[in-house]
Design a protein around this ligand. Sequence first.
Ligand SMILES: [Zn+2]
Length: 54
Amino acid sequence: MAATTHRCICGATLRFRQDLRKEQQGIYPTWKCKDCGTPVPGKIAEKLRHQHPS
Ligand SMILES: [Zn+2]
């Protein structure tokens, strides 16, 4: 099973739940790069949220 990674525009590689910052605005949370705050596309964030370092 291949792990999803997301290369942020700031250069950070996002792999795990803890690489994201949750921002609750209204009903739906948005997920952002924890380093720079750039929003991560929802479908990618969804996958990253379920990945944890072993
Ligand atoms: Zn970033």
